[in-house]
Ligand binder design. Structure first.
Ligand code: 8DG
Length: 129
């Protein structure tokens, strides 16, 4: 049976209405694909707690979590992911790529310029409507 992971991703928008996109490194699963920063929900955590923790670890900044945007389950070749995405705003710090290959701020109409992880496509489409 395929491994199942429950993941939260942050859709962080800045004052210029750009969204923070994060490129997975070449050594991670789904290498070089772009995603919303975040990660797996650990036992006993709410989605909001997991997202706040992951962003502090990965980007070294503090966020407040807002509205849910999308909830998608996608079956990759080797695992199944349930990705919940939430709007979020940075309340302290400037994002630093401690794990990602690159961070990029893109306007909504520019989001299709990069190659997203498949599970992210419904959320990306919603942002472009
Ligand atoms: N953080 C994040 N992960 C995503 C997104 N879309 C998507 O398919 N994923 C996948 C990639 C990972 O396999 C998993 C998230 O786990 P993680 O953030 O702990 O990633 P990881 O590389 O440290 O873990 P792993 O896959 O090596 O076990 O969900 C997304 O938008 N954000």
């Amino acid at each position: 049976m395929k491994k199942f992971v429950h993941v939260v991703g942050a859709i962080i928008e800045n004052d210029a209405q750009q969204i923070l996109c994060a490129q997975r490194s070449k050594t991670m699963t789904l290498p070089n694909l772009w995603e919303f920063p975040g990660g797996k929900i650990e036992k006993g955590e709410t989605a909001e707690q997991a997202l706040t923790r992951e962003i502090a670890e990965e980007l070294q900044c503090q966020i407040i979590v807002g509205q849910k945007v999308e909830d998608t389950t996608y079956e990759y070749e080797t695992f199944i992911v349930r990705l919940e995405t939430y709007k979020a705003s940075i309340v302290q710090g400037v994002p630093v790529a401690t794990e990602h290959a690159e961070l990029r701020w893109l306007a909504r109409h520019e989001l299709q310029q990069i190659e997203w992880a498949a599970a992210d496509i419904p959320a990306v489409r919603k942002l472009q409507r």
